[in-house]
Unconditional design. Structure first.
Length: 199
């Protein structure tokens, strides 16, 4: 079952205008400055990761690996279910903008969640803190897709669905449709692609 829940103009406004998460009232988003070794979106950094820009709320740097992730235990397979076991309230609380928090708040065995597991198992560029992007993070990656791909340093995103870490309901999770930029709330048993992110 696929259904658009809200417009992407609204999602973009959320990304731009939502307040930054803070541990105290004096905290502010990180300044918007590029990494020194990969200053432009799409550049390869010294560690081999690709600079994808800035988180639209926290302004943290966002980095992606140069390829989509394989399904755990299935080399050469690049699509996977959001969950391969009985569904429940799998992420609590859910965040629309913090994929790392969704990863930390996921309930149950990691092996039941192939996209989360693919990112948790990823070791690339000397980093092991990769995670499945949230709705806002994946929508942002879609928005800079052409810039990232034009640099020629990644295996291009496919014109396909990609999983977000944000849950929609007990049975549904969010996915980004890369050909048009829409996001849909889709049954967790569907099989889609995964591109991890870190900040």
């Amino acid at each position: 079952m696929r259904r658009i829940i809200f417009s992407f103009a609204v999602l973009a406004l959320l990304a731009v205008h939502a307040p930054a998460r803070a541990t105290d009232c004096t905290a502010h988003p990180a300044p918007i400055t590029p990494p020194p070794d990969c200053p432009s979106i799409g550049d390869v950094c010294a560690d081999g990761t690709v600079f994808a820009g800035w988180h639209p709320i926290t302004h943290d740097h966002l980095f992606i690996p140069p390829t989509d992730q394989e399904k755990p235990g299935a080399p050469g397979t690049y699509t996977m279910q959001w969950k391969n076991a009985a569904v429940t309230d799998d992420v609590n609380p859910d965040s629309i903008d913090d994929g790392a928090a969704n990863h930390a708040n996921r309930r149950g065995s990691i092996s039941d969640f192939p996209p989360f597991q693919a990112c948790e198992k990823l070791s690339f560029g000397g980093y092991t803190d990769w995670y499945l992007p949230s709705q806002v993070e994946l929508y942002y990656l879609w928005s800079v897709r052409s810039t990232v791909e034009a640099a020629g340093n990644i295996t291009n995103f496919h014109d396909s669905y990609y999983w977000c870490s944000t849950e929609s309901s007990t049975r549904l999770a969010w996915a980004q449709f890369f050909p048009r930029g829409h996001q849909y709330s889709i049954d967790k048993t569907e099989t889609f692609r995964v591109r991890c992110v870190r900040h």
